[in-house]
Design a protein. Structure first.
Length: 133
């Protein structure tokens, strides 16, 4: 009986790992998929994720999750970049080579961090939004 439970536990853990790896591969395989860190204003924690931007929406998926829906949706027309900064000493979770953007959305201020090569494409995407009437 115990051996059957151990085998079942091993199969479940294996299935969990495979599902996690397949989800990550799927997220990173899409055109416009980039690694992006996100922090909501007032929160001390950064979350690493995969962002897809294209069309008029940025979809952000938490990297350490099995969820198939994005955790954040940012509309391009609603996204205002208020500034940029380098990584500060209190940003312990971030690699030292990323750039932090301070953004305002209808949900409030959010910070997005990404590599400089990703930043160029992201800013082009944001700036190419159609004008607001």
């Amino acid at each position: 009986m115990i051996e059957a439970l151990l085998v079942l536990a091993g199969v479940l853990i294996g299935a969990f790992v495979v599902a996690f790896l397949l989800r990550r591969r799927f997220l990173l395989s899409g055109l416009g998929a980039v690694t992006m860190y996100l922090r909501i204003a007032g929160s001390p924690r950064w979350s690493v994720g995969v962002a897809w931007y294209g069309g008029d929406t940025l979809l952000w998926y938490r990297a350490l999750s099995l969820a198939v829906r994005p955790q954040r949706r940012l509309a391009r027309a609603d996204l205002r970049i208020e500034g940029r900064r380098e990584v500060a000493p209190e940003d312990l979770a971030l690699p030292s080579d990323v750039v932090v953007l301070i953004c305002r959305t209808s949900d409030g201020v959010q910070e997005l961090a990404m590599e400089p090569s990703t930043l160029t494409g992201f800013l082009s995407w944001v700036e190419s939004a159609p004008g607001v009437r």
